[in-house]
Design a protein. Structure first.
Lengths: 375, 278
């Protein structure tokens, strides 16, 4: 039973790098929390602070409401799976699994019992006498997991444990990890930079960028109600297209500018004119997911854009349009199936403006109060 | 294989053989000379016959044992060198680890000093050191020949660079698994550092085996003196008996060969490449 709290944690390294700034996160008992973000955003640092491998510069780390800042790694009872697995090269699988138990000074029968249990659970029984160098990548990964679970830690940390595996194996082991975690109910922090992995694995997902927490939510909510432009652009494959724009009052409704056109802001549970009033005639950002566009006949088209590149993925197609936008150099449109397009042509597009997102000039998403509370 | 390649290969083999002979010849000379009568050694010194085992006579070896207490000197050398090597492995590896991995105040300054000592020859500090050990009353002991040579800047440096190259995650995993610093060092670092332990053992054995100046300064009489001082007595009074000197030399080189053969397999094994996927 362990919940984990990061309370206003910041971490500055000796060379002045700030890896974490005012980082707040609460992980519930038995939860699988995924930390996701681009390279260098401080994910590993967050884990290493919790494990006690680095010292906290500011703030408090708590396990079950007890501050653990000053405990040594040994005292914290936290296990970690490293990206390169860090199996002890000179020990057999059995001795690798036994090492943490021997450190706990458990009696030999208990050690044997726990190794048998973990080996059974992770299908390592046949491999127990092998040396790490005689194992495949996937097997090493399982040994590393085994070494972490045998001593029944309070918290389980995994730092990109799948990044050394090929794509197929990654998907399989991802499912296994998810099942294992549900079975053992160990509070887990899982780090990845792959948003697909984060979305499929996480019971909740914490999105980070340059040392700061951007949003914590269940995966679906991250996708449907991103808190800011960063999350909108990071989640989804590809992420949301975000453009600099303006809002204007027109006869019947509010309108936003997109590619030189004025289009109507829909009136739905997300937006109403009263709440948008303060943003009228102000610079804002509009966001539209790649799925929110559709090529149509030119009569229904709202915009016509020049196609710059096409990527065919088999079941779907990505169309690239050169529009200067906020989150990426290209605007990407995703289509199901495949149809023929010629690069350089002007493509008439219809927009599902019901799928519109608005962000204020600081990049924060604008939602109605009801929507905000949902988050 | 083409004609040209055959010729070029032949040539390079010939060159290599010549070079190899150049390096082996002193040892060969010593080995064959140790089995010849003194007169013969001198006569043949100028010809190629010096390298041929024309006699197989162990009289020189018997002479060595008659002239000095070889067993005593051998024991002294083995004991002193063995202690310096063993204690040196413990002390210098721990020091190298502390410099490479532990965070402590003054680490950089101290490591700078270690590097500075690296270029200081024994001759430069021999005299003050001599006064110091005289003050301690350590003259004519094993201790005086062992203690000053245990901590060694070069060994520390070798350990330091090797430990820096070990994947940090191994140690971190051990810490999380509940091992303390010393336990991590003994159970995880040492077993994965055999090449550097072997290298340091061989190098410090070699340098310690041949020490001459220091024992000459701090010892008198054969009770605690090592082999190099014994062979020196063979040079002091003419006529020089080259056969005896060669025989002594052969017996003095043998332990070096044995040590080298014992440790070299760790040399070949190379660095840890397992358990970590690169
Ligand atoms: N020991 C250190 N000393 C100085 N700076 C460090 C140290 N460790 C990490 N950093 C810096 O802190 C920042 C966060 O690093 P961290 O390893 O936590 O990133 P990450 O999110 O895990 O990235 P990745 O996905 O590439 O693993 C980076 O800018 C990194 O360069
Ligand atoms: Mg990382």
């Amino acid at each position: 039973m362990a919940s984990v709290t990061y309370k206003q944690i910041s971490k500055r390294f000796a060379d002045g790098t700030t890896a974490l700034a005012d980082f707040n996160l609460q992980v519930n008992d038995g939860e699988l929390m995924v930390l996701v973000g681009p390279s260098g955003c401080g994910k590993s640092t967050a884990l290493r602070l919790l494990a006690g491998l680095e010292s906290v510069s500011n703030g408090e780390l708590l396990i079950n409401d007890a501050v653990i800042n000053d405990l040594t790694p040994q005292q914290r009872n936290i296990a970690m799976v490293f990206q390169n697995y860090a199996l002890y090269p000179h020990m057999s699988v059995r001795r690798n699994l036994a090492f943490p138990l021997r450190m706990l000074k458990l009696p030999p029968e208990e050690i044997a019992r726990r190794i048998a249990w973990a080996a059974e659970l992770l299908q390592l029984t046949e491999l127990l006498e092998r040396m790490p160098k005689q194992l495949s990548g996937g097997q090493r990964q399982r040994v590393a997991m085994g070494r972490a679970i045998v001593r029944e830690p309070r918290v389980f940390l995994m730092d990109e444990p799948l990044s050394n595996l090929d794509a197929k194996l990654r998907v399989r082991i991802r499912t296994e990890i998810s099942a294992l975690q549900r079975h053992l109910k160990i509070t887990t922090l899982y780090v990845t930079h792959d948003q697909v992995e984060a979305m499929t694995l996480g019971q909740r997902v914490a999105v980070m960028n340059s040392g700061r927490l951007q949003q914590v939510a269940v995966p679906q909510l991250l996708y449907e109600r991103p808190a800011n432009i960063f999350v909108a652009g990071f989640i989804g494959s590809p992420g949301m297209n975000v453009f600099a724009s303006r809002l204007q009052k027109q006869a019947s409704a509010l309108a936003f500018e997109f590619a030189g056109q004025w289009l109507e802001v829909p009136r739905n549970q997300r937006f109403n004119p009263e709440m948008l009033a303060p943003y009228v005639d102000q610079p804002v950002y509009v966001g539209l997911r790649p799925e929110a566009f559709e090529p149509t006949g030119s009569s229904e088209a709202q915009v016509e854009l020049t196609l710059t590149a096409v990527e065919a993925l088999g079941h779907e197609q990505l169309l690239y349009f050169d529009l200067s936008q906020v989150s990426a150099p290209n605007m990407i449109v995703r289509l199901q199936g495949s149809s023929a397009f010629t690069i350089g042509d002007k493509i008439p597009l219809a927009l599902h403006t019901t799928e519109l997102y608005l962000f204020d000039k600081m990049g924060k998403a604008i939602y109605t109060r009801a929507e905000k509370e949902k988050r | 294989m083409s004609w040209r390649r055959l010729v070029s290969m032949g040539l390079s083999y010939a060159a290599l053989l010549l070079l190899a002979f150049l390096f082996v010849s002193p040892i060969l000379l010593m080995l064959t000379g140790s089995m010849k009568a003194d007169a013969r050694v001198l006569v043949e010194a100028g010809s190629f016959r010096a390298f041929l085992p024309l006699d197989v006579d162990l009289q020189n070896y018997r002479d060595v044992f008659a002239r000095v207490d070889f067993g005593r000197y051998l024991f002294n050398s083995l004991y002193i060198t063995g202690m310096v090597v063993l204690a040196g492995l413990v002390v210098n590896s721990l020091a190298g680890y502390a410099f490479a991995r532990l965070a402590w105040r003054g680490r950089r300054v101290l490591f700078g000093l270690v590097l500075a000592i690296l270029i200081l020859p024994l001759e430069a500090i021999a005299v003050p050191l001599f006064y110091q050990v005289t003050l301690f009353g350590w003259r004519d002991t094993y201790l005086v020949q062992i203690v000053p040579f245990i901590a060694n800047a070069f060994s520390i440096y070798l350990f330091y660079t090797f430990f820096l190259g070990l994947p940090r995650e191994l140690e971190e995993a051990a810490r999380l698994d509940g091992a303390g610093v010393l336990r991590t060092f003994i159970a995880i670092i040492v077993p994965n550092s055999k090449p550097v332990f072997a290298t340091v053992a061989i190098l410090s054995f070699l340098s310690q085996w041949g020490v001459f100046l220091w024992p000459l300064m701090v010892t008198s009489g054969e009770a605690v003196r090592p082999l190099p001082l014994a062979i020196a007595t063979f040079y002091t009074l003419p006529p020089l008996q080259w056969g005896d000197i060669f025989a002594f030399g052969v017996m003095m080189v043998l332990p070096i060969l044995l040590v080298f053969l014992f440790f070299q397999r760790w040399f070949i094994r190379g660095v840890v490449a397992t358990g970590i996927k690169g």
